[in-house]
Design a protein around this ligand. Sequence first.
Ligand code: PHE
Length: 444
Amino acid sequence: MEDASREQWGSRLGFILAAVGSAVGLGNMWRFPYVTAESGGAAFLVLYLVMVLLVGLPIMLAEFSVGRGSKKSPIQALAHYGGPGWKPLGGLFVLTGLLILSYYAVIAGWTMRYTLAALVEGFQGVDAAARFDRFAAGLDAVGWHLGFMALTIAIVVGGIKKGIERAALTLIPLLFLIVIGLDIYAATLSGSGEGYAYYLQPSLDALMSPDVLAAAAGQAFFSLSLGMGAMLTYSSYLSKEENLPQESLTIALSDFGIAFLAGLLVFPLMFALGLSGEVGESTVGALFISIPGAFTTMGGAGRVVGFLFFGALFVGALTSSISLLEVVTSSAIDGLDWTRKKAALVAGVGIAILGLPAAFSLDALSLVDQLAGNVFLVVGALMLSIFVGWTMDDPIAEVRKGAGDVGWFPLWRQFLRWVVPALLLLVLYYSLQDTWAMITGMIG
Ligand code: PHE
């Protein structure tokens, strides 16, 4: 039952850049540095890379095999291989997409506001913390949140080739260029050496802590856009038999590369400007206060660097948000027979409304981030691993198309059966504990 009317990517590069665009986002440049700082610097970096390779890659390949194999959006793709009993997992994916985008767009709205602030006031005049208070919650935040959602909807309405692929082809190379340029600039700051040292010298005892392990796994899923069907959906628009293992590796390494490069930027910047005390601050806003604080002390250069820095954050957030909205949109197109325009509009407006609490309260925002990012994504990935490991008929046959027959494919499946679920159960245990502590902390 191949659907001839299904949209397709225009080129292999278009698919790869769109998937890299989904992966690279606020997770790399905002979440990664502060989670790294919170979790012992370089030790976390090592564990994170291990998680990307050990759990991230197998799950990405699993999403690709289900997506390309079925050529359907998540709910129907799972039903295609597993029967209607698996539809609720697809439903969880859609729900997770709705929830993540609802607060992600609020933070993305901040990045737009900060890009403008860099241009207009060059981060002079106002105290950084006071500025954050003004921008982050309240009517200001609501306005930019809605504006950002309107932009996201407009691109998704444009479709796979003319909307999403075109945006990725222009924005992603730009993003890489800006980040590399800023890295070079950061290296010239005096005092940056301390920042590199903090970032790149592992403290080995932190490596052994289960909390750090759970944080590394959660961050890997979030950053690679796994566990909620984004990669599944994107791969359902593949027309030819691409080499899926190779594409997974390219995407995962690009994502890790940008996260790593973002660290090479953020840490020297903070240390060179004597803000090292703030590095470990765990609140969602740390980066939005300390980094602009650094730009303030840099004077005229701060205006240019600040504009590029927040501009890059904004670009990354946009290409990720379109993938989140696409999961919901494609599900409505396939499941409800809606046109793309109607699906993207209704879903986008619904998500914009759902995000209002996060635009008014940082507590609400952190709570949804913890719940969707660290719990739902892990549950989603766990179930998908079980699905492809045990239920799906012959995932290896799907992967073989375009990749030939490679000796480690059976090993991949065994990994999905045993190793990945065992690790994820452990991770889930710690994530649930963290979530519970957060909830009781907010009530108490
Ligand atoms: N990967 C994106 C980021 O790092 C966030 C995201 C999560 C996007 C889940 C899609 C799905 O910013």
